[in-house]
Design a protein around this ligand. Structure first.
Ligand SMILES: [Cu+2]
Length: 243
């Protein structure tokens, strides 16, 4: 069997398996609900929101397409997890060197009552200036949290004060907004910086082979670099074809 025909058979096998899976899902009762429920509980897919940054400038989830994004959920009055996480993110950005300029780190406040844009400005001065802080109305913050399957709950602490219980961890998204994994505070910094390096150097959408469409849908600045990396700027004969 030549390499070419071996490849063809591989693709036929992949297509047949995919077809069988689709067929099974299509014919099984409750198809509309079951896969969605599973995906939702397991994967923080991310989703549209409309918030404002520290300067009060409107920012939506789609604004970040074309760049890999790391999303964190917290609040400025947090005594431990948030300052630690943002501090470590600042170190990671530093460790990444020039590559860090490609990554967008976003911190979404779960305490919009206290975290006005002005409060975010003051708070974020202690961290890497490339980290963008977002806040908004309670309703918009709710929408953002539920889009990312993130958790927040106001807990009264006495004396009219309160704190916010919230989900920790950092969600990673590729240039097309596809979920690409997480960073965890328990991981070594080296593990985390390598995850970020991999995220930044990938051009394609998550979980799929790169396609012409992926490269074409990237923003202009990244497009040529990604096309070169994926070999899409080469003559078709030079990069070979499958099947
Ligand atoms: Cu916190």
């Amino acid at each position: 069997m030549t390499l070419r025909s071996a490849r063809r058979w591989l693709w036929v096998a992949v297509a047949a398996t995919a077809g069988a899976l689709v067929g099974a899902a299509w014919t099984s009762p409750g198809y509309e609900h079951a896969p969605t429920a599973d995906t939702r509980s397991a994967t923080p897919l991310g989703g549209e929101f409309s918030l404002v940054d520290e300067d009060g400038k409107p920012r939506t989830w789609s604004d970040f397409r074309g760049r890999p994004v790391a999303v964190f959920f917290g609040f400025t009055h947090c005594p431990d997890i948030c300052p630690t996480t943002l501090g470590e993110l600042s170190v990671l950005l530093d460790d990444l060197g020039e590559q860090a300029n490609e990554l967008q780190v976003v911190s979404i406040s779960g305490d919009p009552e206290r975290d006005t844009p002005g409060v975010l400005t003051g708070y974020l001065q202690s961290f890497d200036p490339r980290i963008v802080g977002l806040t908004g109305s309670e309703a918009e913050v709710d929408r953002a949290f539920s889009a990312f399957k993130a958790y927040r709950k106001k807990v009264t602490t006495g004396g009219g004060d309160y704190t916010i219980d919230h989900s920790a961890g950092i969600y990673l998204y590729d240039r097309n907004g596809g979920f690409a994994g997480t960073l965890d505070v328990h991981e070594d910094m080296e593990v985390r910086v390598n995850k970020l390096r991999r995220l930044i150097s990938r051009c394609e959408s998550s979980g799929r082979w790169p396609t012409v469409f992926d490269a074409a849908s990237l923003l202009h600045a990244d497009k040529e670099r990604c096309r070169n990396r994926l070999g899409l700027n080469q003559h078709p004969a030079a990069r070979g074809s499958v099947g």
